[in-house]
Write a protein that binds this ligand. Structure first.
Ligand code: AGP
Length: 616
């Protein structure tokens, strides 16, 4: 899940490309590089590490020329070295290439190219594709220059197994780029006398709001004056130009230290945006504009199936809880990555939901295509308008929380919980939920942003707690019912940004093994709701206390915790059962954030991770 960018125009390409790479860096930050085509030759600057390092320690910023490509890497094939950094140049010097994806049949192709005298400087699958492009360009009959370049790329891609978002330069074709996608996102930016390519809009939004979202199997040929889109089978495509609905300011830090911190504190507004226009006029249920599914269709459905990855999978578990609790319809939940290959028997009257912030997570996209291939209706809950999952689903619900740049999902996760609660309400009011219960549910959802604002006021206190716990190496997060997935999310947040080992469990499950981890060196974070589960959770806490385990309790205001049972207590506002997972998530977001800051971690770009996982 690398970040790729390209530019053809009148401006100094290297400056625009480096600016764009900085905005794409959350997609992968193992190495960065640029290649500028000027005077019939390439000037390449690339380096392992961050874009800043590339700008400081290479000539990248000085390179002149108005046509170029750039790349930030998340390593798949070959270590994090300067040689494996992109762009790659073919051994005959004619072709330069950047690539996001995985070439599965690269080893066989490499064997073939070695017999043709091509040489390799890196361990990457991408350099193999680069030399294959040069091989086909050599072989391609000399017709009108432009199309020889385009046709040779087209021919090459027909030999490729795997996924790619690529942009290619050719020394014989000044002011031209050929790009293509299969499985990895690629966007064309249509500017004023200039064209850009990018893996996502954040890299080009400062130059244009007009974009073309390329589909799988599509190629674009950019020249100084124009662009044309066609398929791998040489079928011409008339482009649809969309307008991006957010601004560059939305992708700025605006005074926060990290995007994660900014996105945690943006949650009240994000939740307001996610629920805007989604309540019925009579105020007793929810309504959605893009589901493309009638109420009678929904009534026929006997089971729902939710699929996703990572934090979005945790949101699926909460959607399962809320729909089964309030709408009384059974729900299945699966990891999208497992679903494809598990091939489980599926009930007929089933409807699928796929949750994905980026809309480009390849395991979720592939699982959606699998369910669609099996003849099921597939709906998406997604945050990026124009993303593959958003466009290929039969219908869906956009989250409208604006760009999420921090790799650790925060506002996207809580808005997925809110949308799941809206969905549960919508399905419940279609079945047995009364008008008055519906009105109460709607009022509770409308009150959520203020409850989150109230919970965010705990930030300074949570910061102090985080400072005192940041030196521990193991944590257990424990919750019951809808708070079990929140325990999973809390553990994931701590793992992914502070690199502290953490596990989430249903609190009662703890005594069937995980309690063996408990000592004064392994603290536990307990979610303690008031109501029916309170006493059960308190007895689990006492089992931990009996073994000298330290306890941080995230407890609802009214639950009467025995004195001294918890070492630290974070009091969250009382709220409706359907809203509780949202409110309980905020303290664990803050806890993991402040622990990561205390440990001086790179919060927005945690090691080994990337914002959207576009490779299997
Ligand atoms: C969450 O903090 C992680 N960034 C990761 O688990 C993420 O939720 C997962 O990769 C799914 O991403 P998506 O929602 O964009 O599909």
């Amino acid at each position: 899940m690398c970040g790729i960018i390209g530019y053809v125009g009148k401006q100094k390409a290297s400056a625009i490309i480096l600016e764009g790479l900085k905005r794409l860096e959350y997609r992968g930050y193992d190495s960065a590089g640029v290649a500028i085509l000027h005077g019939g030759r390439f000037e390449v600057a690339k380096k392992a590490g961050r874009v800043d390092g590339l700008m400081k320690s290479t000539s990248a910023q000085k390179i002149t020329g108005t046509t170029g490509i750039g790349h930030t890497r998340w390593a798949t094939h070959g270590g994090v070295t300067d040689a494996n950094a992109h762009p790659h140049v073919s051994s005959d010097g004619k072709i330069a290439l950047i690539h996001n994806g995985v070439i599965e049949n690269y080893a066989n192709i490499k064997k073939f190219l070695l017999t043709k005298g091509y040489t390799f400087k890196s361990e990457t699958d991408t350099e193999v594709l680069c030399n294959l492009l040069a091989y086909h360009y050599e072989k391609e009959p000399a017709v009108a220059e432009g199309s020889r370049f385009l046709e040779s790329v087209r021919k090459t891609l027909r030999h490729i197994d795997g996924t790619y978002g690529i942009a290619v330069l050719c020394t014989d074709c000044p002011a031209e780029i050929v790009a293509a996608r299969k499985g990895s996102p690629l966007i064309l930016g249509v500017g004023d006398g200039e064209y850009m390519l990018a893996s996502d809009v954040s890299a080009i939004i400062s130059r244009t709001q007009n974009v073309v979202y390329l589909k799988d199997g599509e190629m674009v040929h950019i020249t100084a004056k124009d662009f044309s889109i066609s398929t791998l089978d040489a079928e011409d495509i008339s482009p649809v130009i969309d307008t991006i609905n957010w601004k560059i300011e939305d992708a700025e830090l605006n005074g926060y230290a990290h995007f994660m911190e900014k996105e945690i504190f943006e949650q009240p507004t994000a939740l307001e945006n996610a629920m805007r226009g989604r309540f019925s006029e009579d105020g007793s249920t929810a309504q959605f504009g893009g589901l493309n599914t009638t109420a009678s269709e929904f009534r026929q459905i006997e089971r729902f199936h939710f699929l996703a990855c990572g934090s979005a999978w945790h949101a699926c578990l909460i959607a399962e809880h809320l729909i089964e609790r309030f709408a009384r319809v059974p729900v299945d939940v699966d990891y999208a990555s497992e679903f494809r290959y598990r091939n489980q028997p599926l009930a007929n009257s089933k409807l699928f939901f796929f949750i994905s912030q980026s809309g480009e997570t390849i395991d979720t996209l592939a699982a959606m295509r699998e369910a669609k291939r099996k003849g099921y209706k597939v709906l998406a809950i997604n945050n990026v308008v124009g993303s593959s999952i958003g466009r290929e689903a039969d219908g869906g619900i956009y989250q409208h929380v604006g760009p999420e740049i921090g790799v650790a999902s925060t506002k996207a996760f809580t808005s997925q919980l809110l949308i799941s609660a809206l969905l549960a309400l919508y399905l419940a009011r279609m079945r047995d939920m009364s008008f008055s219960d519906g009105v109460e549910f709607v009022q509770a959802l409308k009150g959520t942003p203020d409850l989150v604002r109230k919970t965010l006021l705990l930030a300074p206190a949570i910061k102090e707690i985080a400072k005192r716990y940041a030196h521990y190496h193991d944590f257990l997060f424990l919750g019951r019912l809808s708070l079990f997935p929140v325990a999973l999310e809390g553990a994931l947040k701590l793992k992914e940004i502070s690199y502290i080992h953490a596990e989430g469990y249903p609190a009662a499950e703890m005594k069937h093994g995980p309690i063996a981890l408990i000592s004064e060196q392994c603290p536990s974070v307990f979610f303690v709701p008031s109501g029916e589960m309170f006493t059960k959770v308190v007895s689990s806490m006492q089992e931990i206390k009996a073994r000298k385990g330290k306890i941080i309790a995230i407890a609802s205001e009214q639950c009467d915790l025995p004195d001294g049972l918890a070492d630290d207590v974070i009091r969250i506002p009382e709220c409706h059962e359907a809203v509780l997972p949202i409110i309980a998530t905020v303290p664990v977001q803050l806890l993991s954030y402040y622990m990561a800051v205390e440990l001086k971690r790179d919060v927005d770009k945690p090691r080994n991770l990337a914002k959207s996982v576009t490779v299997e």
